[in-house]
Design a protein around this ligand. Sequence first.
Ligand code: AMP
Length: 448
Amino acid sequence: MTRHSKPADSAESEQQPPPAAMTFAELGLVPELLDAVRDAGYTTPTPIQSQAIPLALRGRDLIGLAQTGTGKTAGFTLPIIQRLLDGLDGLVPEEARTHRVRALILTPTRELCVQVEESFKKYGRHSDIRVVSIYGGVPLDPQQSRLRKGVDVVVATPGRLLDHMERQNVVFDDLEILVLDEADRMLDMGFAPQLNRIVAEVPRYRQTLLFSATMVPEVEALARNYLRKPIVVQVGRRSEAASTVTHAVYPVPRDRKTELLAELLKKEELDSVLIFTRTKHGADRVVRHLDGKGIAATAMHADKSQGERTRALDDFKSGKIRVLVATDIAQRGLDVSGISHVINYDVPQQPEDYVHRIGRTGRAAATGDAFTFMSPDEIAMVRTIERVIGQQIPRISVPGYDFGSVGPVDDEAPASLLPAAAEPSAKEPARRQLRRPNVVRGRGARRR
Ligand code: AMP
């Protein structure tokens, strides 16, 4: 579902009917960008792109309510490049471009920062845009010399950017476009003071684009302060789970989660699996356990160095490792296309985190599964998530693991949701001893 909406008390913002554009050319993109989009293999704009691109090209301020996986990054990267190209007509002498940063994108995490930079490089490959990513955890010097050489676009996490601003490595006196990406997460992570300090240093008359998965009051306040007559574009209902994802909840005692995980991972179709744990120690424990069972896995969390995190992500993207175990903070902004499954080893503490996490799979038009392991103390949290996403999630009861009765039985559990050992198999009679697992389907739950 695609619709436009207005935040509750934002009198300034405006609604627009959804545009009917069906191709990238119809959105008004220039040939350099149409070539880049074709090179990326995209045939049709996603809903957020159809809505955001024409408005951003016209210089409007925008609030994009879209979770990751909807194509929002291209939704702002493409129009920004086009607006920057308009000014690069060869008349600006090279020396005059030094320090003339024209677009600034603020992101909550270094991973997202690198991905947005890659996006600029990917879509800007037929143009002359200079982009740099600025994030913490790595030495300042190389970033300083890049900034001092002059760039058109800075993609940055707020803390490290302020370090550079204080050192006068970069100034934003000529900034034309400011993007606040994943604004809700930046606020969650406590970046409000840094955002205020940065925005105070950029010109008042600029174009501002704000993207957020949720329109919480704090984001609304940010939008009221920083945006001028923004148009709100929204893809999907607030907190709606990505529609290509099949969800399932596995009731399992806490101390048997690792065993169930190892069982599920025996299935070959779980070929690219992102697992979330609540804590860094939990992530390390899961990796150790899986290693012990001969399943190669890598942990990714805040205690890992930037090098380790980049390596883990590269190995996962290239298929070298099949299983990546991450904490919530580490996951935000990961762009790993082609994830086949997301497994919540622990039930997320916030319903929005559930939506974000499963946004990792079901990206753009891909399909994916999202499994959640639920121990008895996590039942209430799962119910809260179900209320927020407006949908009951089917329970998959695996004999030997389920901690108790889970309600009325529906015995149509698709084999794809069961561990290999629990799948009925004509070839292996011994397996028939295993009862067919019980599946409880909630009203409104999707079937495969
Ligand atoms: P994002 O929501 O920006 O993180 O993008 C999610 C994924 O969708 C990325 O892997 C993009 O490369 C991909 N993507 C973006 N736009 C399109 C499109 N129009 N068609 C197909 N895939 C896309």
